[in-house]
Write a protein that binds this ligand. Structure first.
Ligand code: HEC
Ligand code: HEC
Ligand code: HEC
Length: 164
């Protein structure tokens, strides 16, 4: 009986010591290379050497069915949806303005990497910005940086966009 108790105590100590160890040693904390991830906390990357992003209405003339499918979908509403805008404002109020970059990196990626999103709200935003997850967001993904991320796994939009 006694032996069993000690075995349990040993394992409990071992496991409970781990988070403390990693906290003290700094393991599990990460450093962000802001040159590599210029949009942090969004982990998107933009290959600027290629062409500019194209707005969905430009694809519509040749791909009318695709446009009809996309238009009104949640992807097309990702940025202009009032629920999203409301949640975004609530998040900014709760934890400060940097969090907006995280949201925008997924909710309007093309305009975000171009630096178009400077103020909250929809006023004065370009067609590309309002298009949210537009055609080019998906069709310009050329790769990913999933294994270079802080946790070495796909996270927070760790995709590379290369339009053109
Ligand atoms: C001037 C007409 C035109 C415009 C504008 C246009 N496309 Fe296309 N696209 C084509 C044609 C033609 C094809 C080849 C047709 C086919 O294979 O069915 C094609 C093929 C594609 C394919 C399939 C490619 C493949 O390798 O199978 C994708 C994806 C695509 N277009 C996306 C887009 C997106 C996104 C936009 C807007 C940014 C766009 N296109 C704008 C004419 C156009
Ligand atoms: C890593 C990408 C990513 C990030 C970062 C992100 N979102 Fe989203 N968000 C999504 C996806 C994908 C969906 C749709 C998923 C679903 O419906 O389950 C979504 C759905 C939503 C929705 C519900 C759909 C809608 O438009 O009403 C809201 C609201 C929302 N997100 C707000 C936010 C806010 C606010 C932030 C920042 C604090 C944020 N998101 C950050 C990807 C992201
Ligand atoms: C959320 C990501 C996403 C968005 C937004 C998106 N696409 Fe696609 N698209 C895809 C994927 C993934 C495929 C390949 C699907 C498949 O093979 O069935 C595809 C396939 C296509 C094709 C190839 C033809 C076909 O039927 O497979 C065309 C053309 C195309 N998309 C055009 C568009 C246009 C135009 C828009 C905007 C109006 C758009 N897409 C928006 C992800 C996206």
């Amino acid at each position: 009986m006694l032996a069993k108790k000690w075995i349990i105590t040993f394992f409990l100590t071992l496991f409970s010591a781990f988070p403390l160890y990693s906290l003290l040693s700094g393991e599990g904390m990460f450093e962000i290379d802001r040159k590599f991830y210029p949009y942090y906390p969004s982990l998107l990357k933009w290959d600027k050497t290629r062409a500019d992003f194209t707005k969905p209405t430009s694809c519509a003339s040749c791909h009318p069915e695709k446009y009809a499918e996309w238009n009104g979908s949640m992807h097309s509403l990702a940025f202009k949806d009032p629920i999203y805008q409301g949640e975004l404002n609530a998040a900014v109020k709760a934890v400060g303005p940097e969090i907006a970059k995280q949201c925008e990196g997924c909710h309007t990626p093309a305009a975000f990497v171009k630096g178009e999103i400077k103020e909250p709200g929809l006023k004065g935003k370009s067609e590309l910005a309002l298009a949210g997850v537009s055609c080019d967001v998906c069709h310009s993904v050329s790769g990913h940086s999933h294994w270079q991320t802080p946790y070495r796994q796909p996270e927070n939009g760790s995709l590379i966009l290369s339009p053109g």
